[in-house]
Design a protein around this ligand. Structure first.
Ligand SMILES: Cc1cc2nc3c(=O)[nH]c(=O)nc-3n(C[C@H](O)[C@H](O)[C@H](O)COP(=O)(O)O)c2cc1C
Length: 340
């Protein structure tokens, strides 16, 4: 069921209420912040300047243990930019995107707008609906394969310099699930990682609007209260890696997204393309589940590279499949907190 915030964004006609460009951009930013982000850290900040919106990374939200290089932070920002572009395109005010140069500190990109269309661009309507409804699922996928037609539509989505492998071969899929499980076991053997993780999980009653709620990890209420402490004090690596392994193995497709450049520019591209694939999947009745342990921990990514015969650097992994689930949405901080 949609939470109040998402429900308020379901009615696209609300956009017509706004006359000032600043208010139009603010309205659109509400769709941008529905993007997935690592640990639900929401590492974005926005500054509206005339007919443009600057997007900044918030370095305070980088996860020094789980995301040493900032890859996941930039992928999250890429997802956010994709949502913003989809919303601005639908409402007919998208003009262009300029990516910031390296020496521009925390500025990541500037999106330019123009008032060129009175009508909404229906081509983007379904995608924008998916922005509102998408969520990162966790658990077992149904035993149902993807329709060949759906898979070929997803395969056609592309972005320069980014490659996507849709893995359906069970032997390869098992290897990636094994590497994910290994990554989690390694990560949970480090106290600093466990301390960091425990600060980003919330119990089911928490009013906190960043971090991962226990219910989205499919946790019962009482267990969700103990969970942060359990992570910190004990080694939950074996248990969690087992659950992640089973979940991945139940998926009919695992998607590995790789890029030529292993830097912020490449990661932003990976985020944009991955978000687009996840949204298009949603529109086909499919659900997606992200697992980055095999990418982030030690040199495990090299084994994925070898397995898939890739020259490019694997950056992001998610599963696609069917899942019957009536899960509450993960909250977001209000846009107001993200405006500079
Ligand atoms: C770069 C990135 C890495 C992520 N890694 C994982 C992961 O390894 N395991 C996981 O369960 N979720 C992962 N997630 C999903 C986030 O936890 C999720 O997007 C966030 O909690 C917000 O929830 P929502 O996507 O349902 O709105 C990742 C998301 C992003 C964007």
């Amino acid at each position: 069921m949609l939470d109040n915030f998402r429900a308020s964004l379901e009615d696209f006609k609300q956009f017509k209420k706004f006359d000032l460009i600043e208010d139009k951009i603010k309205f659109i930013l509400n769709y941008a912040i529905l993007a997935p982000s690592t640990h639900n850290s929401q590492p974005w900040l926005f500054r509206i300047v005339d007919y443009s919106c600057e997007i900044y990374k918030n370095p305070e939200k980088q996860l020094p243990e789980a995301d040493v290089d900032g890859r996941d932070l930039y992928i999250s920002l890429g997802c956010c930019i994709e949502n913003l572009k989809i919303a601005a395109s639908y409402f007919g005010i998208y003009k262009s995107t300029k990516y910031a140069s390296k020496n521009n500190r925390n500025l990541v990109a500037t999106i330019y707008f123009e008032i060129n269309q009175v009508k909404f661009n229906e081509q983007y309507q379904k995608l924008l609906k998916a922005v509102v409804y998408r969520l990162n699922v966790r658990g077992l996928f149904s035993k149902k394969n993807l329709d060949n037609g759906d898979l070929s539509v997803l395969r056609k989505i592309n972005n320069l310099g980014i490659t996507v492998n849709f893995i359906t071969d069970k032997t390869k899929l098992k290897k990636i699930a094994d590497l994910t499980a290994k990554g989690l076991r390694l990560a949970h053997s480090k106290q600093d990682f466990k301390d960091e993780m425990s600060r980003w999980v919330n119990n089911n009653f928490s009013k906190r609007r960043e971090g991962i709620p226990g219910y989205s990890l499919r946790m019962p209420n009482l267990f969700s209260i103990a969970f942060p402490l359990l992570i910190r004090r004990f080694n939950m690596g074996k248990k969690l890696s087992g659950l992640n392994y089973i979940s991945m193995m139940s998926a009919p497709v695992v998607c590995v997204v790789s890029s030529k450049s292993d830097n912020p520019e490449g990661w932003l591209g990976v985020g944009q393309l991955s978000e687009r694939i996840m949204l298009e999947s949603y529109n086909r009745g499919l659900r997606t589940s992200i697992f980055v342990a095999s990418i982030e921990i030690d040199d495990l990514y090299k084994e994925i590279q070898k397995l898939l015969g890739l020259k490019d650097r694997p950056q992001f992994v998610f599963c696609i499949g069917y899942m019957k689930l009536n899960q509450k949405y993960t909250p977001r901080l209000p846009l107001q907190d993200k405006l500079l």
